[in-house]
Design a protein around this ligand. Structure first.
Ligand code: ADP
Ligand code: GN1
Ligand code: MG
Length: 359
């Protein structure tokens, strides 16, 4: 607590910190909840500087994006400044800290209680997309270069296969075959971006349900969080990453694959919220389902790569954790392929407004 008090002293808080503890289930940063004697709650985060190489530029992104969101009428995370006016504090060990106002009366869900939760997260990410429509993407620093460049993720997988650092390749032959059978497809969206057929936007890039806070009673969206990966990107990828996580009937790391299935009902719920609020172009709507398949495939490839490399990126809680995660993703990809036409029918339904016309 003493060390923490010293960190807290550097921020312009309302009151004196009387409680703090680890909080939430993030894979990347280290998050704490702090409470003060004046009844105020704050989120403290130690930013993962192994993953984010330029925290100063990252914090500049977050500060300008949240300001723009507010000016566009969207609810945004509120950074608490340091007493010297900075947006972050560097402690004696060189760790970077930031503080947000705790979003009161919020819940953060790791899985949807009903399709309505997923619909509301779609509303939140759709509004986020639209609110940042006028933000100049070139002002943003790329916090993780080539984050959703799927062909580049394949290059990393190939390097991991060649190196086979931990001698694990023999365990994952079928997963490698699955990934390789889709290698050519993996370039589809990047190709459309390069040819100018799909627009570059300001996107969130990590649109899991647990990166939206909902009101604990009404379930309505309060705020999009986890803005570290806000960067120039494709709307299809924001849509897709949310589907990857939210339309899975099981957890991302479920070991029993018989429980893992692609839920069209959940897909429909998110699609409705996102499409009705996102302000997307015709062409973007045509490639949304590819975003879902692409993000799921890419995430599976990332988990597989990390497994082969000896689990150096994602936090793991058991030896085969990354492999288990990879397997759920690949099962979902196959199920999306089986539902390919139905996915587009759902997108068309909300795009054409048939839902409100009662058709
Ligand atoms: P990570 O990148 O590690 O996932 P997040 O920024 O998503 O980190 O934060 C981790 C968790 O902390 C979230 O899942 C959520 O439960 C909680 N959290 C983060 N910011 C806030 C906030 N402003 N108000 C309330 N809870 C928050
Ligand atoms: C990480 O930060 P978190 O836990 O919301 C990862 C995402 C992955 C996700 C898989 C910066 O997200 O890209 O899709 O895990 N974030 C980063 O659960 O790599
Ligand atoms: Mg998160």
């Amino acid at each position: 607590m003493n060390d923490f008090q010293h960190i807290a002293d550097n921020f312009d808080l309302d009151g004196y910190v009387t409680y703090f503890d680890r909080y939430g289930n993030g894979h990347i940063n280290t998050t704490y909840l702090a409470k003060t004697d004046k009844g105020r709650d704050y989120i403290f985060q130690k930013i993962n500087k192994n993953i984010f190489k330029d925290v100063v530029a990252l914090m500049r992104n977050i500060s300008s994006v949240t300001r723009f969101q507010r000016e566009s009428g969207d609810n945004a995370l509120m950074l608490v400044k340091c007493v010297d006016g900075a947006d972050f504090y560097v402690d004696g060990s060189g760790e970077y800290w930031r503080v947000y106002d705790f979003v009161v009366d919020s819940v953060c869900l790791d899985s949807a209680r009903t399709p309505v939760d997923l619909y509301e997260s779609g509303v939140a990410f759709g509004r986020f997309q639209k609110a940042l429509g006028g933000f100049d993407a070139s002002q943003l620093f790329e916090t993780i270069p080539r984050f959703h460049d799927t062909p580049n993720r394949y290059e990393h997988l190939l390097e991991a296969i060649t190196a086979d650092k931990k001698g694990r390749l023999a365990n994952v032959r079928s997963e490698v075959d699955f990934a390789m059978a889709r290698r050519e497809y993996a370039g589809t969206l990047m190709g459309l971006l390069e040819s100018g057929e799909l627009p570059l936007r300001v996107t969130h890039n990590d649109t899991k349900l647990n990166n939206v806070l909902l009101h604990k009673d009404t379930g309505k969206p309060l705020c999009v969080i986890d803005l570290d990966t806000v960067m120039p990107g494709l709307a299809a990828n924001d849509f897709g990453d949310a589907i990857r996580f939210g339309a899975n009937t099981a957890a991302e790391d479920e070991v029993d694959l018989s429980k893992v299935a692609f839920s069209l009902e959940m897909f429909e719920a998110f699609t409705r919220g996102f499409v009705e609020n996102g302000g997307l172009t015709e062409k973007e709507l045509l490639y949304l389902r590819d975003g879902a398949k692409m993000m799921t495939l890419e995430c599976g490839v990332r988990f597989l790569t990390d497994y082969l490399n000896g689990d150096t990126y994602f936090k793991i809680h058991r030896p085969s954790h990354n492999l288990d995660r990879c397997r759920t993703q690949f099962k979902l990809v196959s199920e999306m392929e089986d539902n390919w036409d139905r996915m587009q029918e759902v997108i068309n339904k909300f795009k054409l407004g048939d839902f409100y016309a009662g058709k």
